[in-house]
Design a protein around this ligand. Structure first.
Ligand code: HEM
Length: 132
């Protein structure tokens, strides 16, 4: 995974098994938490509807579903798209904690969470662009 934008074929089954709805639930739950997060809220746009859609379509695509994200926005280039935000260890850890709670909120099956969290922890580290 050179750019954290695409799952290996072994993860295609996640979308095949769960369908699109859980990924929309994750994105909605994630941004509901961002909305009231003291440190992360200021990084995100005032209006979060587009962010929810970006996240849901990206996750669907990443976990083996149709590439609606790329059809709309092109290659994810996550590291490049995050360069405009200062992501240090604190932001990385905050983001991962919010996502872990969002999986809980979205009632993702317990057995599917480790694979998802492994990706999120890895990708969030890869997106760090500040030492602090
Ligand atoms: C597993 C790690 C992550 C993934 C998969 C991810 C994914 C994404 C995606 C797909 C977008 C939409 C980009 C676009 O189309 O313009 C996005 C936007 C964004 N991400 Fe991340 N991200 C991750 C980690 C982080 C971290 C650690 C931070 C900082 C705390 C962060 C902050 C943001 C912000 C502020 C936006 C702009 C919201 C928007 O306009 O959509 N992300 N992220």
């Amino acid at each position: 995974m050179s750019d954290a934008s695409n799952a290996g074929t072994n993860q295609e089954s996640l979308y095949a098994r769960l369908g699109p709805e859980p990924f929309w639930s994750i994105a909605r739950a994630f941004y509901a938490r961002i909305e009231r997060h003291e440190r992360l809220r200021p990084m995100f746009p005032q209006e979060l509807d587009d962010a929810i859609r970006n996240q849901a379509e990206f996750l669907i695509q990443y976990f083996g579903g149709p590439p609606a994200y790329s059809a709309r926005k092109g290659h994810p280039r996550l590291r490049m798209r995050h360069m405009q935000f200062r992501i240090g260890l604190q932001e990385r850890n905050d983001w991962v904690d919010v996502m872990r709670a969002a999986l809980e909120d979205a009632a993702i099956p317990q057995s599917d969470r480790p694979a998802m969290m492994a990706y999120f922890e890895h990708a969030a580290t890869f997106l760090m662009n500040d030492e602090h």
